[in-house]
Ligand binder design. Structure first.
Ligand code: UDP
Length: 331
């Protein structure tokens, strides 16, 4: 039986597909290529180009393929964009989940592993954040994902579709063999932007705010390597296949790094000066987001391999330095 990876041409989805294929799993990818790259999809996966909001498209996949579980990455994920275009997020993210769950219900597909986010917690009351903490998102992106979690909860109650929601903290890095990596247009995430400055593609890094309530005044985030994240999804599929109940898990390293610390680490990894300036705050950024991820370790048996941001940045640097134009540079 196959795993359907919705959004398998995107940054995290493509690493998931690679990980599944390397575990000998049959993989089907659904992606509308709105932000993903055809070249990011592992050649051993079968690819359907289309939109998960299109019921006929989903029916075609579920009719043609023997799908056991869905891993769902097909969503928009840029916090500042969601602040200016909230309905775009509710349409694609939240709306897409309605069609996907309806199609799963009608084709009797019982398992879904879902990309949720630390942004569902909003401004946390304490750190590190536990799965049982209140979820009060402060941006439309986080709310769109929280609504998707709630929909899965009720779809489980009504139709028996079991889910695992994986709440990612800050994902970074690339496949260590350098074959795939992060390539967004336009890029908004901290690590690739820092590395673009190191490459000379940008003049300097703008650090968004240094007056937050954190030790050095810049935002603190919890970085997890994209391949460790992919491994957690494989464990989540096994958890559901073993007949366990629906659940939610944080995926982070349990260690916070400030934006200034990330810049310093990137300077060490790349050996480049990476000029930076302090810029105004970006809307929608909480002071700090650090995960308690012991639940994923204890219940799923997750054992992340990368516990040093230097190593995470080094894998991203391998991709960026060998593919300065992203997928346009791929052999
Ligand atoms: N950030 C920054 N300059 C940039 C891009 C990001 O200072 O050019 C900061 C951003 O304000 C946040 C952190 O880096 O504090 C991580 O942002 P990112 O967009 O990578 O991930 P998010 O936390 O929004 O998921």
């Amino acid at each position: 039986m196959a795993i359907l990876v919705a959004g398998g041409a995107g940054y995290i989805g493509s690493h998931m597909v690679k990980d599944l294929v390397e575990h000998g799993q049959e993989v089907v990818v659904a992606d509308n290529l709105s932000t993903g790259h055809r070249d990011a999809i592992n050649p051993k996966a079968k690819f359907y180009e289309g939109d998960i909001r299109d019921r006929k498209f989903l029916d075609k996949i579920f009719d043609n393929e023997d799908i056991e579980a869905v891993v769902h990455f097909a969503a928009f994920s840029i916090v500042p964009e969601s602040m200016s275009k909230p309905l775009k997020y509710f349409d694609n993210n939240t709306g897409g989940m309605i069609t996907l769950l309806e199609a799963m219900r009608d084709h009797n597909i019982k398992y879904i592993v879902f990309s949720s986010t630390a942004a569902t917690y909003g401004v946390p009351e304490h750190m590190p954040i536990k799965e049982t903490d209140p979820q009060n998102p402060i941006n439309p992106y986080g709310l769109s994902k929280l609504m998707m979690e709630k929909m899965m909860h009720w779809a489980d109650k009504a139709y028996g579709i079991k889910f695992v929601a994986l709440r990612y903290f800050n994902v970074a890095g690339a496949a260590p063999d350098g074959t795939i990596g992060e390539d967004h247009g336009p890029e908004t995430h901290l690590v690739p932007i820092i590395l673009q400055v190191a490459q000379g593609k940008r003049d300097e890094l703008s650090i968004f705010g240094d007056d937050y309530n954190t030790p050095d005044g810049t935002n603190v985030r919890d970085y997890v390597h994209v391949m460790d994240l992919a491994d957690a999804h494989i464990l989540a599929i096994k958890y559901l296949e073993a007949g366990n109940e629906s659940n939610a898990f944080n995926l982070g390293s349990s260690t916070g790094f400030s934006n200034k610390q990330m810049l310093e680490a990137a300077r060490e990894v790349t050996g480049e000066p990476i000029p930076a300036k302090i810029a105004p705050r970006r809307p929608g950024d909480p002071d700090s987001l650090v995960a308690a991820s012991d639940k994923a370790r204890n219940v799923l048996g997750w054992d992340p391999k990368y516990d040093d941001v230097h190593d995470i940045i080094a894998t991203a640097w391998k991709w960026h330095s060998t593919h300065p134009k992203g997928y346009d540079d791929r052999d």
